[in-house]
Design a protein around this ligand. Structure first.
Ligand SMILES: [Zn+2]
Length: 142
């Protein structure tokens, strides 16, 4: 995937401001930060979406994201809160089709918002959705 910017970064063929590197994942500064301190946690392997990230890599992504979030909270940048965000698919806002987990600091008045209609649903609808999902998720979570 020579046209994938995250693969280019992984291969040392594009500039990067590196935060973390290990055998499974990289973490680096987002070139277009939504707030100063915005980090991306990216699998080394080129995989596209949430369902393509295997459990070991996913666990490492979470661990690194948690550590970055804690570091952001530690005073490196202005940070009153932290968001984790993963966009899986174009409809969800994914723009680079190499899976990545956003970690970015938040503060009052930072201008970031996640708009939506947050209305309470009927219990029958929630139960129906839960039943459909249970059948697909499986009891072991895999
Ligand atoms: Zn890639």
């Amino acid at each position: 995937m020579s046209d994938c910017v995250f693969c280019l970064i992984r291969d040392g063929r594009a500039p990067v401001s590196l935060v973390h590197s290990d055998a499974l994942v990289l973490a680096f500064m987002d070139l277009n930060p939504v707030t100063p301190g915005h980090v991306l946690v990216v699998p080394r392997e080129h995989v596209v979406g949430l369902g393509d990230v295997d459990d070991e890599v996913g666990a490492r992504m979470w661990r690194v994201a948690r550590r970055v979030g804690t570091a952001l909270r530690g005073g490196a940048v202005r940070c009153e809160g932290v968001n984790l965000f993963l966009a899986d698919g174009e409809a969800a806002g994914q723009e680079v089709f190499h899976a990545h987990l956003h970690v970015f600091p938040r503060f009052v008045g930072d201008g970031f918002s996640l708009r939506g209609v947050w209305e309470e649903a009927d219990r029958a609808v929630l139960d129906d959705h839960a039943e459909r999902l249970r059948a697909l998720v499986g009891q072991d979570g895999g």
